[in-house]
Design a protein. Sequence first.
Length: 328
Amino acid sequence: MEAPIAVIAEQSGGVIQPVTYEAVSFAAELGQKLDRKVQVVILGKSVGVPAKQIAEKTGTHVIAIESEQLDLYNGEVYRAAALKALETFDPSYICLPHTATGFDLAPRLASCLNASCITAVEKMRTREGNIRFIRSVFNGKLRAEMAPATAGVVLTILPGAWPPFEIHPESKGSAHIIRTDFASAASRTMKIKESEKGKLNLGDAEVIISAGRGIRNPENLHLLEQLAKIFPKSALGSSKGACDLGWLGYERQIGVTGQTVSPRLYIACGISGAVQHLSGMKGSQIIVGINSDPDASIFTVADYGIVENLETFIPTLLEEFRHFSASS
């Protein structure tokens, strides 16, 4: 059997992030196609315990690299640590979660290994005996089917695209811990600070009204606020694009680099439906898309789609609601 498929785990403060087990699930499926086993790498200041947890849960062999310099994520040091672990079994396929850490580390590794780098993988298929990896392009409007042009390939796996790896208690994994130091890097991470969420917890909302770039003007947010007032336990959410424009704070962002939500009702206003956003809200019970573009990707997942300018549709909906409330 050829070299195992590598998964680089993601942990924070010694806590394994759920996306790690999704990446293991992807690697296991890829391993079945290629007849290869999966091996996990975890990096950090003190990761012996999480390494054993991964080994017990997945039945895989885990290599843990420990160093004081790995306390906080630093691209240069983490690259050196990952390469040190990977050289012990020389994998052709290296998988990472598509997170802020993963999509920073992946191209660094690919460059050092002269490997292909395919990011945000959401599906894979076999065609003509070769495995192809599928990802969204052009803000989710198209899907690209990609094949690596090199023997080695580094992949980032889109959160939510694969289910977490199921526990196999009959399997016996093992953990090997390597403690080492690395040469001083040209940069040093001083601090990592999470965005302040305050009292806002989108996870508690039963109804979420989300804004995207397609609302065109931040003044239109008042329409979404009025719509939210119709529902008890409602909240305003946002796409990354609207947050980047400063229309809403990042604590409201939903998607890969924001929050993951599953309300009873999710209304996407002016959101195109990029897969990075969809991964954070596709667990919603009912999804409504409001967009003036009939080809917007949001309509591929929406239970109900409205092709109309929100300046026209939302006031009409509010008026109908007032009329219904007055007559009931």
